[in-house]
Design a protein around this ligand. Structure first.
Ligand SMILES: Cc1cc2nc3c(=O)[nH]c(=O)nc-3n(C[C@H](O)[C@H](O)[C@H](O)COP(=O)(O)OP(=O)(O)OC[C@H]3O[C@@H](n4cnc5c(N)ncnc54)[C@H](O)[C@@H]3O)c2cc1C
Length: 392
């Protein structure tokens, strides 16, 4: 049985960022994932700008490394489409990319392999996490974690759950970390030969499903990630199957049908849950922390979670280093981590949650604003006011 200072469960964006942030800590780190990489992850594949910002802080030559990574598509704008209203375009000043998660997550794990001493266990599903009664002498470490899978048996002093929306780490504690979580459910499929620009991320706000949106994101090589996300409270008890809704929209929505006409569906439509941040809830305990989707850090407005996963993975690594420096692993000390996640990530997500509720609650108002906002004269007036304010 191997013993580690830290075991990170899950090698997605949260787990890999956490391992990279621990690279100069001198701590013995294990990173365990049930999949063997490259592995797919159901996603829209839009890599938010802040995700690369996190990488730049971890590895100074990120831009060079990322330039050499070919499985990506540069995106220069996002556009919002509403029926019978002129699309609204937002042009990106900073570089933004889409990349299939099969490739992007493998790229991140390769960085961990190249730049850290982490012991990586791939293809090992963890099904049991237990705090042993074995007491360590001295310090504040009350016990050791025992982590078990079919072929794996590890112990560690500190565990970081980066194992996604259905986190086994989160479910292994008496505190119900997943209580009161608001969820969204989304499906996606890959298409070739879609009739839209290869550098624009399209969002469609739908009359038929006001608490959701449809997207078409180019991921390179003439392939597009096409998906539909809805709030689960919209489908609860209403017998809406999101996959069926997706197929219906593709067939029946005139704007989407026009763009997908003649396009080839490349694989099955796949779906997964997105745990949205709605309000502050505990994400740590004695000797443990949760990061990324396991800590329900998906942006409720845009459905982004890769950047928040990486940011929280780094914050968890920083807290872990503090724990070993101070020899303090208590639940009280761990609250510093909750506080940092709240101030650096949660507050913004809380605002977006309220905005999302407003957008989905008042679809007519959104249409009216889009109509007014799309009007050239209103746009010019807005720009003039904005620049005058800035000059002052
Ligand atoms: C349809 C859909 C579209 C989305 N679109 C976007 C988007 O365009 N942009 C964006 O930023 N976000 C998007 N998201 C959200 C994004 O996918 C997540 O927020 C992000 O993947 C979170 O990263 P993570 O590292 O926390 O978890 P994950 O990426 O889920 O990684 C968790 C890892 O843990 C491993 N694991 C799980 N259980 C175990 C176990 N028991 N033992 C060992 N290993 C385990 C898994 O194999 C996995 O590799 C989307 C989500 C969905 C469902």
């Amino acid at each position: 049985m191997s013993h580690y200072d830290i075991a990170i469960i899950g090698a997605g964006p949260a787990g890999t960022a956490c391992a990279l942030a621990l690279r100069e800590s001198g701590l013995r780190v294990a990173l365990v994932d049930k999949s063997t990489f490259p592995r797919d992850k159901t996603c829209g594949d839009a890599i938010p700008g802040p995700a690369l910002k996190v990488l730049r802080k971890l590895l100074p030559d990120t831009d060079e490394i990322f330039d050499q990574f070919t499985e990506k598509q540069r995106v220069q704008s996002s556009s919002v489409h509403l029926r019978n209203i002129k699309p609204i375009y937002v042009n990106w000043v900073t570089k933004a990319y889409n990349s299939p998660r099969l490739d992007f997550d493998n790229f991140l794990l390769d960085l961990v392999k190249k730049y850290t001493e982490t012991n990586i266990y791939e293809g090992e599903k963890i099904y049991k996490v237990e705090q042993s009664s074995h007491h360590k002498s001295g310090g504040f470490k009350p016990s050791t974690f025992v982590i078990e899978g079919k072929n794996i048996h590890l112990t560690c002093d500190l565990i970081i759950g980066c194992d996604g929306a259905n986190s086994i780490v989160s479910r292994s504690f008496s505190v119900d970390f997943q209580e009161n979580i608001k969820n969204s459910f989304a499906v996606r499929a890959y298409y070739a030969g879609v009739n839209c620009a290869a550098n624009d991320n399209r969002f469609y706000l739908l009359d038929e499903l006001p608490k959701g949106y449809f997207w078409i994101f180019p991921v390179g090589k003439n392939v597009y990630n096409v998906g539909l996300g809805v709030l689960t409270n919209q489908i609860k008890g209403k017998k809406i199957d999101v996959k069926d809704a997706f197929h219906d929209i593709v067939k029946q929505n005139p704007d989407i049908r026009a763009v997908l006409q003649g396009a080839e569906l490349l694989d099955k439509v796949k779906g997964f849950r997105l745990p949205l941040w709605s309000r502050r809830q505990p994400i740590s305990g004695a000797q443990m922390m949760l990061a990324g989707d396991a800590a329900y850090l998906v942006d409720p407005l845009q459905g982004h979670g890769i950047d928040k996963a990486m940011q929280s993975g780094v914050l968890a690594a920083e807290q872990a280093i503090s724990c070993f420096e101070k020899g303090n692993f208590s639940a009280t000390f761990m609250r510093d981590y909750d506080e940092k996640v709240y101030t650096q990530i949660g507050k913004e997500l809380g605002r977006n949650f309220r905005l999302m509720q407003w957008v989905s609650g008042y679809p007519r108002m959104v249409k009216l604003l889009a109509r007014i906002g799309g009007n050239e004269r209103v746009k010019q007036l807005g720009q003039r006011l904005f620049y005058r304010k800035k000059k002052k």
